[in-house]
Design a binder for this molecule. Structure first.
Ligand code: HPA
Ligand code: MG
Length: 178
């Protein structure tokens, strides 16, 4: 892994595909145990979660269905925008065990909006799994049930995550050099 340049920003290797695969393996084992004998609805949050979602699902042995959603915000898609609508839910979540799957959670503001939208569907339970969690800046009343890595407040790309649309395709994760 060498450094990466996207627009004017320099990125250095941060988490390798091997470390990511190991973390996913452990997350999947926990999920398989926690939901043994139950059926889970995974709500994958696009676009960033697509790669994590794909690798995580391959290791799940419980019965699982998938809903891919997108959050639509009034002020564009920035993290500061107010999330108003959830796009892409195709089936009712009433009485189901729901698991939100995210690539990265930082402040938890977006998660809070998503939680409220999902709670309104009256599921039996809602849990949250994210590959990366920026614990330093996370402030939310909702708990993160499972995370792969707790990371410092650095800007990261790769493995589904982007910098202004670019960088999603890399199998490893890179962090911005300041
Ligand atoms: N990288 C990409 N997307 C993000 C990040 C990040 O560090 N934090 C929140 N969304
Ligand atoms: Mg995301």
């Amino acid at each position: 892994m060498s450094t990466l340049r996207i627009y004017n920003k320099e990125f250095e290797p941060f988490l390798s595909r091997t470390e990511i695969a190991q973390a996913i393996h452990e997350l999947a084992s926990k999920i398989n145990t926690d939901f043994a004998g139950k059926e889970l609805v995974i709500v994958g949050v696009l676009d960033g979660a697509f790669m994590f979602l794909s690798d995580l699902m391959k290791e799940l042995t419980i019965n699982v269905t998938l809903e891919m959603v997108k959050l639509k915000s009034y002020e564009g898609e920035s993290t500061t925008g107010h999330v108003r609508r959830l796009l892409g839910l195709s089936r009712s979540l009433r009485g189901r065990h729901v698991m939100i799957v995210e690539d990265i959670i930082d402040t938890g503001i977006t998660l809070g909006h998503l939680m409220e939208l999902l709670e309104a569907e009256k599921p039996a339970s809602v849990t949250v799994t994210t590959l990366l969690l920026k614990e330093e800046v996370f402030k939310s009343k909702y708990a993160i049930d499972h995370f792969g890595f707790s990371i410092p407040n650095k800007f990261v790309v790769g493995y589904g995550m982007d910098y202004d649309g670019l960088g999603r395709q890399y199998p490893d994760i890179y962090a911005a050099i300041h």
